[in-house]
Design a protein around this ligand. Sequence first.
Ligand code: GLV
Ligand code: MN
Ligand code: MN
Ligand code: MN
Length: 402
Amino acid sequence: MAEGATGLLAGIERVGMDRRRGGFSRHGFDYAEMELREWFSEQADRRGLDVRPDRNGNLWAWWGPPGPNAIVTGSHLDSVPGGGAFDGPLGVASALAAVDLLRARDHVPRRPLAVVVFAEEEGGRFGVPCLGSRLLTGGIVPKDAARLMDGNGMTLAEAMSGAGLDPQRIGRDGEALRHIGCFVELHVEQGRGLVELDAPVGLATSILAHGRWRLTFFGEGNHAGATPMSDRRDPLVPAARTVLAARRIGESVPGARATVGRLSPNPGGTNVISSSADLWLDARAADDAATRAVVEQVTAAAKDAAADEGCELLVVEESYGGPVTFDEGLRRTLSATLGDVPALPTGAGHDAGILAAEVPTAMLFVRNPTGVSHAPAEHAEPADCEAGARALATVLGHLTST
Ligand code: GLV
Ligand code: MN
Ligand code: MN
Ligand code: MN
């Protein structure tokens, strides 16, 4: 089994290809993600790892019997709609490749080692990012999670049942958490930090505070031809003004990011004035106060725009996570083990950010020459991927030798 991280990724390069958008669309418990779970289970089996799902739909592969103080690594296999090949799968493939490297060195772990695949990290299907790790840590109320609905009206509970899981049993899993001594996630970098530092691999220091808000504008559905321009309550008009406000307000708060990546007119017909429109705001900043300030200003602008058009506005917070600083002690250990690797912050969210509230957590980043992520142009050179897998193997070897 000498395929390395790149060879493993090549084995799944056709799963969930999105011919319409480009890139990949792989979402929690959909056909593509289930195929990838199957692939992961087979790969883990071939390595003699013991694969078991947890109550929340995350998949664990154990080297050694599950037990306390395990060193856990892994990432996710789902993507954003039309995403790149590396965000998520690189961390899973590198974890398997690291197991191979450790075996080739005759390493015998003195603590259990596990590779985990978290469910629906991107929130591309049910709207809440890091859903599997949030459920595991109790970061979302189980009955609220069970009711989350995808774009086709299927609930998370139904999707989980379809995947052979019992939705009645989702929620904080103290037993699984007690097994985790520390968690190390490898991820493609989502920016050009490592390119500028001329380094193939780096360590993460922190994650921005971030959340998602749904703004629904209610207007009056009507006929595009028969309704005079003066007689409309078109919810897309305040929605469009809110997109512009998000850009302006995001630019005005230092270090903040405000994005409208999804806007959905209802019912959505070319010759139909919409009756309502959903707009999702993704807001991030260095701390809670700055993030809240962005959201407050954008929603105030949305409210004014709605009033001007005679529309109503409803705002719902769909998810939120405060800023994360990764464990300094673990980062120092990784730094000492790896030698000269730079450390850098990120604006992207990760399961490691959710787990950081519970256990010492660290992240390794692999250089991305395009700096692009959440898009098909996301990239990592094979040599850098293998450097990442070797770095992960070194770290896991060190952490499991005491
Ligand atoms: C997930 O990758 C996010 O940062 O939104
Ligand atoms: Mn992502
Ligand atoms: Mn990711
Ligand atoms: Mn992410």
